[in-house]
Design a protein around this ligand. Structure first.
Ligand code: ZN
Length: 425
């Protein structure tokens, strides 16, 4: 509850407000002082208790007591309230700048009878003064969850496809989240920044949570399908009895594989970078690899478990990182601005681990990652080389349950777009 910052500033502000208030406040009506003196004394015939309420927002570095005093609450009442609030749920970590506090008092605000702390978008603490003192109750504001089918066709990229298909169900930021969620689900299968072509399409069955103040969040993606150049791919979310929820393909194989499909997370790649980007010139253009345009400093991840075999300068590649994986696979990451901590020759890295950062060292005209896959020492086209053959199959004993769930989800998914009920099993 102690202020972390400068204590003098709120006081200075209060003082300034006070000066302004004194200067501009019209004179109080004659009966007001009496009312103040008799506040809380309802039996007084003269003073009709008038409910007084206002909302204050916590200033930067301000304590709760500071806010209450600023609002005109008496020292004693403020101390009581803070004691009670602390005993309830108002922990200092909830005291974020701008937090609204609604106050209701019988009159003038010096002695409040109800305070509402808006702890978060979906929870508040309501404190009421009773004969026994202050009592606080935390209230959860309701979120409603429904299920939506979104379907779209790719023309330039996934964001654009999401814009045109999900706009009526999700606000802008949530549409991006949905694109990222899909990219995560297919992280071992599809490079969403490169593999999508004009005319490809997707459908997703996704939970949507709508909260107080109309806030909309992307919930769980229950199922999704992608049709890429005519080949279909499904993801079914299934919670096995023995394992955490995972995504499986239609045959019941986990979508996880030995390699991630791309060395950059899709969410890290700016939507303005399209496949038209050609960052390299001259003979460098003939290199065998894949270029990913991304801002300098974007984290680069190991696409699989590996041992670092090289981390240093290499002519046109600039800062180059080379990883050796199992089965004769080697991956290269070039033009790096630098390497992540602990990355040196001989170090072991895990799949997905940050190994370096995008830069434009070596022969590069703009910040980008140059990525290569070598199999048996030969550079291979990355998409073909990383085509995964499917992960762990679901436990045999659970296959029937999985198939039932799959039928239910896919039936719903293939229905009309919009808010849906899950098809009956
Ligand atoms: Zn390149």
């Amino acid at each position: 509850m102690k202020p972390r910052g400068i204590r003098a500033i709120p006081y200075a502000v209060v003082a300034l407000l006070l000066v302004v208030a004194l200067r501009y406040t019209p004179e109080l009506p004659e009966h007001r002082p009496a009312e103040v003196l008799q506040q809380g004394n309802v039996s007084s015939a003269q003073a009709v208790p008038r409910p007084w309420s206002r909302t204050e927002r916590l200033n930067r570095g301000e304590t709760l007591i500071g806010l209450l005093k600023r609002a005109g609450v008496s020292d004693q009442a403020a101390a009581e309230v803070v004691r009670a609030a602390t005993a309830s749920a108002v922990n200092t970590r909830f005291l974020r700048e701008g937090m609204p506090v609604d106050m209701t008092a019988d009159s003038m605000g010096q002695s409040p009878r109800e305070l509402v702390f808006h702890l978060g978008i979906d929870r508040l603490l309501r404190m009421k003064k009773s004969a026994n003192g202050w009592e606080g109750n935390e209230e959860r504001l309701p979120w409603t969850t429904d299920t939506v089918v979104v379907g779209g066709t790719i023309h330039s990229n996934l964001y654009q496809a999401m814009d045109s298909s999900a706009a009526q169900y999700f606000p802008a930021h949530a549409k991006d989240e949905l694109a990222w969620a899909l990219a995560d689900i297919f992280d071992y299968k599809v490079d969403m920044s490169r593999d999508l072509q004009d005319g490809d399409h997707f459908r997703a069955l996704v939970e949507r949570a709508v909260g107080p103040e109309g806030i909309t969040k992307v919930g769980k993606v229950l199922a999704a399908t992608f049709s890429l150049s005519g080949s279909d791919m499904s993801a079914i979310r299934y919670e096995s009895e023995t394992d955490s929820p995972k995504y499986y393909d239609a045959t019941g194989k986990s979508l996880r594989a030995a390699f991630l499909r791309a060395p950059l997370e899709f969410r890290r790649i700016s939507s303005t970078f399209g496949s038209r980007f050609h960052p390299v010139l001259g003979i460098w253009r003939a290199h065998k690899g894949t270029d990913y345009a991304a801002s300098s400093g974007t984290p680069v991840r190991a696409i699989g478990d590996a041992v670092v075999v090289r981390a240093g300068w290499s002519n046109g590649y600039g800062n180059l990182l080379e990883l050796r994986h199992r089965n004769g696979y080697v991956t290269r990451y070039g033009h790096l601005r630098g390497f992540a901590k602990g990355i040196h020759s001989g170090a072991r890295v895990d799949i997905g681990q940050t190994i370096g950062f995008v830069g434009q060292t070596g022969l590069a005209t703009g910040a980008h990652l140059h990525f290569e896959v070598l199999v048996g020492g030969v550079q291979r086209e990355t998409r073909a080389a990383l085509k995964s053959t499917g992960g762990e199959p679901i436990a045999h004993g659970e296959l029937a349950v999985f198939e039932q769930r799959r039928e239910q989800l896919l039936a719903t998914l293939s229905g009309t777009a919009g808010v849906v009920r899950l098809a009956a099993r």
